[in-house]
Write a protein that binds this ligand. Structure first.
Ligand code: NAD
Length: 242
């Protein structure tokens, strides 16, 4: 039997924009209590207010690890548990390696890898205590196949895949499911970092999709029966790579 999301306690990182925000919207529609975690205080406040009383904002900078721990403690204090953790925040850098700015790589790698892994680590003890929980990471199609236009981003999402597949095995015995969604290109502010020619070619080819497609995939993952799990869910625009 599929599981209901009514009154489930969910935390989403990078929830003030794009995919995270749309996932928050869908989860609230499904009856969940959603904590939106983001460092963009202004957007976070505005968007949380729009989402209504089931939405709660916590300002978290994933690079400032104390804020992540404090957010987890606050949610547990207010709700007594965390049912779902969506490690979604991420950044993008593309382009040829020989022309790249290694400092911008470091910042992206730090967010997509170190900070994301640390955020998952922060919620695990609570989920182990509960003997239940769902962790879903927003990976990317770049976590499954090498995308030539974006070597460093591809490498970051391959690291996410390695983490998901190993941590999943470590915590399965505690009743915790760990999986990932691998979207193709989604129309969000993240695409502002694409080069213009690539963006135009994708728009022309209809090779972009809306954030709601990822939100629907997340709802599918979270509503599976307790005895099964979706480990990876690749969601692509129909014309991707055509
Ligand atoms: P987005 O830029 O719209 O949203 C990212 C959010 O993360 C922003 O609200 C930002 O403030 C927040 N954030 C950034 N750094 C942070 C930090 N240090 N602490 C807390 N919050 C921080 O991007 P998006 O497209 O919604 O991307 C979300 C995830 O989806 C990322 O992991 C991205 O790699 C992945 N993804 C995106 C696409 C795409 O085409 N947009 C495709 C595949 C995967």
């Amino acid at each position: 039997m599929t599981q209901s999301l009514q009154n489930k306690v969910v935390a989403i990182t990078g929830a003030a924009s794009g995919i995270g925000l749309e996932c928050a919207r869908y989860l609230i529609e499904a009856g969940a209590v959603v904590y939106l975690l983001d460092r963009d205080a202004k957007a976070l406040e505005e968007k949380t207010a729009e989402l209504g009383s089931q939405a709660h904002a916590i300002i978290v900078d994933l690079f400032d690890y104390k804020t992540v721990d404090a957010a987890v403690a606050q949610i547990v204090q207010e709700q007594g548990r965390i049912d779902v953790f969506h490690a979604n925040a991420g950044a993008y850098v593309g382009g040829n390696v020989w022309e790249g700015d290694p400092d911008s790589w470091d910042s992206m790698l730090h967010l997509n890898i170190n900070a994301a892994f640390r955020s998952v680590r922060a919620v695990l003890p609570q989920m182990m205590k509960q003997e239940s929980g769902d962790i879903v990471m927003t990976s990317s199609i770049a976590g499954m196949i090498p995308i030539m236009a974006e070597p460093i981003y591809t490498a970051s999402k391959h690291a996410v895949q390695a983490f998901v597949h190993t941590v999943r095995r470590q915590v399965a015995k505690y009743g915790i499911r760990v999986g990932a969604i691998q979207p193709g290109p989604v129309v969000t502010p993240l695409l502002k970092d694409w080069d213009q020619a690539r963006l135009e070619a994708n728009i022309k080819a209809g090779a972009l999709m809306e954030a709601k497609e990822v939100a629907e995939a997340l709802i599918f993952i979270l509503t599976r029966s307790k005895g099964v799990m979706v480990r990876d869910l690749v969601v692509l625009p129909h014309n991707f790579d055509a």
